[in-house]
Design a protein around this ligand. Structure first.
Ligand code: ATP
Length: 621
């Protein structure tokens, strides 16, 4: 069976990434290290641009966000407070035959990509459960034996086949699903335990899933003892919570305000896959945006603004509660993606269901990108895979750090104290009770084993009494994005193939990386028309020096001008500047002008050198 189209597309992208120096396998000369990737010259520039743009949009362009750069290794107590030590785990199965480890929720996704499953499609139409028994036996003895030797169908073909035929006789009333089909051909015989889930790699039997903590451990200090055990951070966010008070005090910010951080994160993913999409070392761009609890907004402003679902919210207002802020940040982040070339059509959304949400979270919207490997849903639509999650996390994180560190994480708000003093008793009682219920709920769910219901009720009472004094623990909205996934999305989005046929009928595939000029690794190619004409070369070097302090440029004099344009197209350079004889005044009216060539349509225009920098800056920023 032909390989699925999307995999071919990914293969081409991976190959271009290597050929042009976007992404290399880490430690390649030693056979590589699974889940680790290096960025080559073009990839490093692309990544730097993306992080700079995010930082710029989040901090310098706004009054209400401050930056932070914390360490990767922090006190292990942070990860106890955040819940990562106890619960940051994925469910993992092991194959009893080949011993490979597989993330339980990815078994079927991995399985359908395997060569044995794809080769089976020549013999069986899994959709309609039609198969030719003899062909299936031949498959078992040939490709099956080679590609999935542990399948029951391979080891015990006739018994498995007769059982499968028996089952398919009843298929009209109760059709065999694709999953069930693969389970049938993997299961030795009908046993009390029922059908087994095959190992995607060899067809063998998988163990029941068990939790596997994803944090990398190491030791700070010479002794590899329990006291010295530390973790490589699995997310950047926790440092923001741990430094909340320091940033608040030094930045002169007031709630609502945010703290932004970009940095490395590490997760010992069980099955790193889809190129850089799921890596073990990656980078995150995270914002924690601290807001007033809804009860506080209501006390100050009388009511909380209720947003119309999906209506854009452009300018933050004082009476916004968590819902409006959450909606605002989803939209802000989409606008950011649009601003770097990912149109809305390339994106998707997943609104987490109550079952998917963490117990403390009120909402979480994932922004998805339609990657070439993204699967279709039952209706045949590609929904996409997660680029970024935007979660409304209540006051959980700061509360946890307050409890674990013993240091107060609350803020004092004069406006609240003044407003509370003026509230009618009934209103104050109502807000007090709602805040009390929320705190009690949190304290009960995160109680340590020795905490009694009375202690919890007392703590919740103290917390709610704090409102009258103007005290509360801020809630938080967390837009959390992955740099590497975004880079992959930008690369997949930019990748364009065109077949050109010359006069003699010879066809050639042309590759163009249509990056948005803001993220493009190289902004301008500077090209003298001919290499052997010193006047052209000198003028081109002058142009290079004019642009170089401001823009990442690439000077290229080697090869025909067509080849040089093609090289820049493949690197994704949006503009080329060519210095030709007219620049030198061959046509006097064109003296000191250059040709600007546009990557996406090959259009060429003439521009004065004196106007060049301003023009290019306006297009690339
Ligand atoms: P997933 O469900 O795909 O594992 P997640 O929901 O666990 O992701 P978060 O913990 O919300 O991810 O992390 C925030 C962002 O960090 C993700 O949206 C993603 O862009 C990025 N990210 C998370 N894990 C990885 C990884 N293993 N490799 C690359 N990027 C990652």
């Amino acid at each position: 069976m032909a390989e699925p189209k999307e995999n071919l597309q990914m293969e081409k992208i991976v190959s271009l990434c290597k050929r042009r120096g976007f992404v290399f396998q880490s430690s390649e000369i030693y056979g590589g290290l699974n889940g680790f990737w290096d960025y080559g010259p073009l990839g490093a520039e692309l990544k730097r641009n993306v992080k700079e743009l995010w930082w710029h949009a989040m901090t310098r362009q706004r009054e209400d966000i401050a930056g932070l750069e914390a360490t990767i290794i922090m006190s292990p107590k942070i990860w106890e407070a955040s819940g990562h030590v106890a619960t940051f785990a994925d469910l993992m199965s092991t194959c009893k035959s080949c011993k490979k480890l597989i993330r339980a929720d990815q078994v079927w996704d991995i399985l359908i990509e395997q060569p044995w499953v794809q080769s089976l499609a020549d013999v069986v139409d899994v959709g309609t459960q039609t198969f030719d028994g003899d062909a299936l036996l031949r498959w078992a003895a040939g490709k099956g034996k080679r590609l999935a030797p542990e399948l029951a169908l391979v080891r015990n073909p006739t018994v498995t086949l007769s059982w499968l035929s028996e089952r398919s006789k009843t298929s009209k009333e109760n059709p065999v699903s694709a999953k069930e089909f693969y389970q049938y051909i993997a299961t030795e015989q009908l046993t009390a335990t029922g059908l087994i889930t095959p190992c995607p790699h060899c067809g063998g039997e998988l163990t029941a899933p068990r939790p596997f903590n994803l944090m990398f451990e190491t030791w700070a200090g010479p002794l590899q003892s329990d006291e010295n055990k530390v973790y490589l951070r699995p997310e950047t966010a926790q440092a923001i919570f741990a430094q909340f008070k320091n940033v608040l005090e030094t930045s002169r910010q007031k709630v609502p305000f945010g703290i932004a951080q970009v940095g490395k994160a590490f997760r010992n993913e069980i099955t790193p896959r889809n190129f850089t999409f799921r890596s073990r070392e990656f980078e995150q761009m995270e914002l924690e945006f601290f807001i007033k609890p809804d009860e506080v907004i209501e006390a100050i402003h009388g009511s909380v603004f209720t947003p119309t679902p999906n209506a854009p919210l452009a300018t933050p207002q004082p009476n916004w509660g968590w819902q409006a802020w959450h909606q605002y940040w989803v939209e802000e982040r989409v606008r950011f993606y649009e601003g770097i070339g990912l149109s809305r059509e390339t994106l998707g959304f997943h609104h987490q269901t109550p079952e998917e949400l963490a117990h403390y979270a009120r909402a979480c919207t994932d922004i998805l990108f339609k990657f070439p490997f993204s699967k279709k849903d039952e209706q045949g639509h590609v929904k996409g895979d997660e680029l970024e999650g935007i979660a409304a996390r209540s006051d959980f994180d700061l509360s946890q750090h307050q409890r674990f560190s013993g240091k107060p994480m609350g803020v004092f708000d004069d406006e609240l104290r003044a407003a509370w003093a003026k509230l009618p008793k009934e209103k104050a009682d109502d807000l007090w009770k709602r805040y009390y219920d929320h705190r009690k709920n949190y304290l009960t769910k995160s109680a340590k084993p020795d905490e009694t219901p009375e202690q919890i009720a007392q703590q919740a009472t103290e917390d709610a009494n704090g409102l009258a004094r103007g005290q509360y623990i801020p809630h938080v909205i967390e837009p959390s994005a992955g740099v590497d996934r975004l880079i992959l999305a930008l690369i997949a989005n930019a990748y364009t193939e065109t077949v050109k046929t010359d006069d003699k009928g010879k066809s050639e595939t042309i590759y163009t990386m249509k990056f948005h000029p803001r993220v493009a690794p190289i902004k301008v190619g500077v090209l003298p028309l001919l290499k052997n004409k010193p006047e052209l070369v000198n003028k081109a070097l002058e142009v290079r020096e004019l642009l170089r302090p401001w823009l990442n440029i690439y000077y290229d004099e080697a090869g025909s001008i067509g080849k040089r344009y093609a090289r820049q197209d493949e690197a994704g350079t949006p503009f080329c500047v060519t210095i030709d004889f007219d620049t030198l005044g061959e046509k006097p009216e064109l003296l000191d002008t250059v040709t600007i060539r546009y990557r996406d349509d090959g259009r060429q225009e003439r521009l004065k050198i004196s106007e060049l920098l301003a023009f290019l800056l306006s297009k690339t920023r």
